[in-house]
Design a protein around this ligand. Structure first.
Ligand code: ZN
Length: 163
């Protein structure tokens, strides 16, 4: 049974705190927690979910795009493209609110999979956008804060997503 509960609201402490890295080796409990996060993300109709959104201040997130589920432990962006794109972003932690957010079109990401193996991927477009949104969650940055910080407030919108 899924016992995870969504934390909502711009001022929730766990959503504004930097989450802690997860130590190797990864436990079975961690793997089942990731599975529960996937279930929760589907139930709430999001395409991404980071652990702080269910009240767990640890650096991990799950994403489902085009029917493909991916799980990221201790993700870290190692390079970012100059090119940026705008998406209208919504967040399961801020129901009903949308912000035009500008992000890098392409990133390189280092992370660990649930088997404890280090991975490196190049992500572009939608996957790159969702990863940047989830990693912001791990750093305690909600889209309302990201929007306040960004210099350009609007641009051509490529799509609308909730994560
Ligand atoms: Zn979010």
């Amino acid at each position: 049974m899924n016992t995870l509960t969504l934390v909502t609201g711009a001022h929730a402490e766990v959503l504004n705190r930097k989450a802690l890295p997860i130590a190797l080796p990864f436990s079975d409990t961690l793997c089942s927690l990731l599975d529960e996060m996937v279930e929760k993300m589907r139930k709430e109709k999001g395409i991404g979910l980071a652990a702080p959104q269910v009240g767990i201040s640890q650096r991990m997130c799950v994403i489902e795009l085009d029917g493909v589920v991916s799980k990221y432990i201790n993700p870290e962006i190692t390079s970012r493209s100059q090119e940026k794109i705008f998406f209208e972003e919504g967040c399961l932690s801020l129901p009903g609110e949308f912000f035009p957010i500008e992000r890098h079109e392409e990133i390189t990401l280092k992370y660990w999979n649930e088997k404890g193996l280090p991975k490196r991927i190049r992500a572009r477009g939608l996957l790159a956008i969702v990863l940047q949104h989830e990693i912001d969650h791990l750093d305690g940055i909600l889209i309302c804060k990201r929007y306040q910080r960004q210099k350009s407030k609007e641009g051509k919108i490529y799509g609308r997503i909730v994560e």
